[in-house]
Design a protein around this ligand. Sequence first.
Ligand code: NAD
Length: 494
Amino acid sequence: MSTIRHFINGADAGETARTLPVYNPATGEVHRQVAAASADEVAHAIATAKAAAPAWRSSSLIKRADVFFRLRQILVERTDELAAIITSEHGKVLSDAAGEVSRGIENVEFAAGLLHHLKGERAEQVARGVDVHSVKQPVGVVACITPFNFPVMVPLWMIASAIACGNTVVLKPSEKDPSAALWIARAFQEAGLPDGVLNVVNGDKTAVDALLDARDVAAISFVGSTPIAKSIYERASANGKRVQALGGAKNHMVVMPDADIEAASAAAISAAYGSAGERCMAVSVLVAVGDIADGLVEGIRSRIGDLRIGDGTDPASEMGPLITREHRDKVESYVTGAAAEGATVVVDGTQKRFDNDGFFTGVTLLDNVRPGMKAYDEEIFGPVLSVVRVETYADAVELINANAFGNGTAIFTRDGGTARQFEFDIEVGMVGVNVPIPVPVGAFSFGGWKNSLFGDSHIYGPESIHFYTRSKVVTTRWPDHTPAQIDLGFPSNH
Ligand code: NAD
């Protein structure tokens, strides 16, 4: 059985003492092992990144951009190869995996425009003979810690901009599906990135803690579940680091009485059950306003029985397994619990039988769900859609704004005025109008509010340039144009 190891200074880092199992979720079998880094191994990766930093930040912007143009070409040409790696460890269907790669490519395209993003500002003649300009300089070594559910896209959310800005990186991917990160590191190398600029250490909490406590790590980008995001934010910021820690979600899709019910049902099905609900922007709560509820529930119920659930490598499959057996069991416990708490189980995915030991479950539709029920209050992260019935638009807004999470939300309506008001009222970071999964394109930034993000910078896009750089402001006067004189007063520009 092969072991997935670390990638440090452009090379395989060799044997490690401790390993963890990597499953194929479609069969339930362990098919690889992954190295679990010790604190010393992490320290070696950080020292390597630190040593590579001076040369990388001195490289020309054009040369850096060239790496991203080449990387884009590699990713486009070899999307299928990378998608197959994702599916083998994550379980999502191949078309979904390829979609993830294409969304990650957007971040590479954004990074390729680094010359534009890194432009500073200049003001001439702020005082007589005095000019001011600002520049954006890299922060140093950046640590990136990523979740299992997007093993390509989320690392690219971070490392593309971090590297473009002249930083060097230590990436710690999820131990559940680590192979894609190593593929990306090798693709960067092939694209011309110097060794040591991007290093990958594998492992678990031991590796993460070593990154959070390391003096030579300047910034932490984290994406994962809310409890871990919060603890990462607290520990790393207490250590004086810049931190952005994106957490979990409970995304509500509001359906107004005037909505196109066919379109809304199809959108809800796609957004709730795609990738087996293991997307941080998945719709997990459908808020049915007024008298649309019965038709909406029926529209969904009548169409989900036919969804084809199976091995992600089978082109006929529309939905694959969950990531682990434990996670599958946890997801199913929410369904059982919801029935006990008084929700109506319209379709019970836990009853669906599969003919192998993969981590499969069926799709579930719950109706009459309310706050206070566990299935509503907690992130399930599986193919379970909960319908909450409310009377009015105001009730829908009140429900969403009271929720602890604020990642994404959507409204389905034909009324522009209602949609505009929703955009104004709602306390959520990303909003879709008749778009169920409003993940911003790479030229904008991604981030939730409340318990969905700790820190003040959103990820990728323009906010990532701010996060991964320090600005420096330079005030200049050339002595040959101004008379030398002593003045102990505070410099004034008037
Ligand atoms: P997770 O929090 O379990 O793990 C994320 C990363 O943290 C992994 O690299 C893991 O090794 C590490 N980790 C786990 N436990 C740790 C601990 N105790 N101390 C230090 N590090 C630890 O998340 P996951 O299960 O891999 O991913 C799913 C979660 O991520 C969901 O909650 C989902 O909503 C969230 N997510 C959020 C976004 C977003 O943009 N907001 C995007 C994708 C996923």
